[in-house]
Design a protein. Structure first.
Ligand code: GLA
Length: 378
């Protein structure tokens, strides 16, 4: 009897011990680097940032792409919650901008043109009549960035010089982006830029999240809260009309947590035009600084994502253009609405809307924005 109890107790200790090891993902916190592919004859390096809770963020110097984010659910089981590919080549090309830094101008510029200080600039059109996410050639999502680990902070720093005239934009723009993973399970993304000629700038991060785990079905059952009383309605080309419309009484009211799928296909002009949610929400703020933009939770796993930012707005995009043509990690197919993006940014097409908050960076000024993705489970 005693012996039997001893065996049961030992088995329990071993099992619980095993579970703890499995769940805590114990290998050491820090930054690791590995070779992940080749681009323009240069090695693509994948940085793995790992904190003391076993949370991991994998990001590469090609496009600053976040390739994986591994976080626990309410039971402590880890999963990768961002869409992506197993190799760097898998992102070449990357039409949905999966995981990438987008710029110089994230989102759309109407008719691929803007006027600044009396001069008209023409950009490549890559989205019907518009320029989307900065153009076609040397845009942030598809260039090699200089990179180095930030060891004392558990992070990585990316730097890129966008040259005067790149994709039609003025000025040599020196861009720095850092990803730092904290021990409070926050991924802090910091953007900094300077220029030698006045130029528009709007940068964002284009990760697609699925809190159930990437490739694990659609995101329609996720609950979303967006801290915004107003959004910028769009025309048929997804260009803001200039109006700031209250969300109240519309299917874009996420001021209280609501399932994404509840109203996504409502017969509301903005949802019809966006083929679902693809809208810029104006964040409610009391002043400058970090403010909560959105909170998303997945009832199945309990995983929660909170997005805070210094930026004025957030584009909530529900992967309406994913159509099953992209095969992601381990052969999983990414179908319509298999991921959502919360792209903190300025309003789309601001260079053509003088009444929107300005996106013009001038010589002598420093552009600085911060966004934090905080992961937890409930
Ligand atoms: C942004 C846009 C979407 C779409 C994606 C990329 O989120 O708002 O309309 O273009 O990028 O597929």
């Amino acid at each position: 009897m005693k012996l039997q109890r001893f065996f049961i107790a030992t088995a329990l200790v071993i099992t619980i011990g095993g579970l703890l090891v499995a769940q805590q993902n114990t290998s050491k916190a820090g930054v690791e680097q590995e070779r992940f592919g080749v681009r323009d004859g240069r090695p693509v390096i994948l940085y793995t940032l790992k904190n003391s809770h076993g949370v991991e963020v994998h990001a590469m110097n090609y496009g600053g792409i976040i390739q994986a984010i591994r976080v626990p659910d309410r039971k402590g089981n880890f999963a990768d919650i961002v869409l992506g590919h197993d190799t760097a080549e898998g992102y070449m090309p990357n039409p949905p901008y999966i995981g990438a830094i987008v710029g110089r101008y994230a989102n759309r510029i109407a008719n691929g043109t803007f006027t600044l200080d009396g001069k008209t600039y023409n950009l490549p059109k890559n989205d019907g009549p518009n320029t989307l996410h900065g153009g076609t050639a040397r845009t942030f999502d598809k260039v090699m960035w200089e990179s180095q680990p930030i060891k004392d902070k558990n992070g990585v720093l990316f730097e890129f010089l966008s040259k005067d005239g790149d994709d039609g934009f003025p000025g040599n723009l020196k861009m720095k982006v850092s990803y730092v993973l904290t021990d409070s399970n926050e991924l802090v993304i910091d953007y900094e830029a300077t220029t030698d000629k006045a130029t528009p700038i709007n940068v964002s991060q284009h990760s697609y999240f699925n809190l159930k785990g990437e490739g694990n079905g659609d995101i329609l059952d996720h609950e979303v809260m967006i801290n915004a009383d107003r959004f910028t309605p769009v025309d048929k080309n997804l260009i803001p009309t200039g109006e700031l419309r209250p969300v109240k009484g519309t299917p874009l009211d996420f001021t209280k947590p609501t399932r994404i799928g509840t109203r996504i296909d409502d017969n509301y002009d903005q949802l019809v035009l966006g083929h679902g949610y693809d809208h810029n929400f104006v964040i409610n703020r009391k002043g400058p600084g970090m403010t909560l933009a959105a909170r998303v939770s997945d009832p199945t796993t309990g995983r929660v994502l909170e997005v805070s930012t210094t930026q004025p707005a957030v584009q909530f995009y529900t992967g309406n253009f994913l159509d099953g043509t992209v095969t992601g990690k381990e052969g999983r197919v990414y179908k319509r609405r298999f991921g959502f993006c919360l792209e903190t940014q300025h309003y789309p097409d601001s260079p053509n809307h003088p009444d929107f908050p300005t996106t013009i960076l001038k010589p002598g000024e420093t552009f600085h924005q911060t966004t934090a993705f905080k992961f937890s489970a409930k």
